[in-house]
Design a protein around this ligand. Structure first.
Ligand SMILES: C[S@@+](CC[C@H](N)C(=O)[O-])C[C@H]1O[C@@H](n2cnc3c(N)ncnc32)[C@H](O)[C@@H]1O
Ligand SMILES: [Zn+2]
Length: 272
């Protein structure tokens, strides 16, 4: 039986514990945050927002979900789960920081852990919460997480901003942060269609200093697409999508087969 306990959030305004009362999370200072019908809670007060709709927009999220649903990044999930099983404390809370539509978050859910996903984009959290009801999703900013110090034993960050101080604060001693970032050849063939001199990704510097790097692994494999929708969805997920010309999009629509490298770097850090 899968157990989904009440979520343990802190009030983003006064850092007191939030208790779920009816359909609202309330703190002792009477700040209140409604639980949406999809089950998520918006813990991003307007004063924390730097734009009206921060984060990825709905069309990017839907393109990512369609692409991920086809399993092209499943080898990455398998590698992440293998590290989690090897190093993780499997009954302790886990946070997917910048979780997007929850693809990686939900695959970490077991019958004995609590999985949280936080993202600043409300549209993506809505979609995540609707599909993956056994995880706790919230709208929030990674620069001010609504969780107690030392709360998580495992944090994942897949292609999302890495906030060293906040991640270190919410991680308990002995806990781990797993980051996934692009390695040199990631989507190189797709980039070459856009930039005349496509650069390789720079992987030289590991961004975290407060935590100890305990493992670093590369994962490289070819992806072969024989459906142009898959390539267009992949393009829409990337930061270089807005550089693609209409002519290139037309060309991709008419391409029968396209292949391109997935090249990831996984880094596992521990809080000593
Ligand atoms: C490239 S997407 C990756 C999403 C997901 N991890 C995946 O790989 O499918 C980056 C995500 O980080 C979120 N994000 C960006 N800045 C953020 C911030 N300051 N706080 C929370 N989420 C943020 C975006 O909204 C977006 O969903
Ligand atoms: Zn409060």
């Amino acid at each position: 039986m899968t157990i989904t306990l009440a979520a343990n959030y802190l009030c983003p305004l006064c850092q007191q514990a939030l208790l779920l009362t009816g359909q609202s999370y309330c703190c002792a200072n009477k700040h209140s945050f409604d639980r949406a019908k999809q089950g998520y809670v918006n813990l991003l007060p307007v004063q924390f927002k730097h734009s009206k709709a921060p984060g990825d927009n709905k069309s990017m999220v839907l393109a990512r979900r369609a692409f991920l649903d086809k399993g092209f990044y499943q080898p990455l999930v398998d590698k992440m789960l293998a590290l989690y099983q090897q190093y993780g404390q499997l009954d302790a809370p886990l946070l997917d920081a910048g979780c997007g539509e929850g693809f990686y978050s939900h695959q970490h859910k077991t019958s004995i852990n609590q999985v949280y996903g936080v993202d600043i984009a409300k549209e993506t959290i809505k979609i995540a919460a609707k599909r993956y009801q056994n995880c706790h999703f919230s709208v929030g900013t990674l620069s001010k997480l609504s969780f107690a110090d030392n709360y998580f034993a495992w944090l994942t960050s897949v292609y999302a901003p890495i906030l060293e101080d906040e991640f270190t604060r919410v991680l308990k001693q002995g806990g781990y942060l797993l980051t996934v970032t692009p390695a040199q050849q990631h989507l190189y063939e797709l980039k070459q269609l856009i930039y005349r001199n496509a650069n390789e990704h720079d992987i030289s510097k590991a961004p975290i200093k407060a935590l100890k790097l305990v493992a670093e692994e590369k994962l490289t494999y070819p992806m072969i697409f024989d459906n142009s929708d898959d390539v267009l969805n992949l393009l829409a997920m990337t930061p270089f999508a807005f550089k693609a010309s209409t002519a290139l999009i037309e060309q991709l629509k008419n391409t029968e087969q396209f292949s391109c490298q997935a090249d990831f770097i996984l880094r596992l850090y521990q809080k000593e």
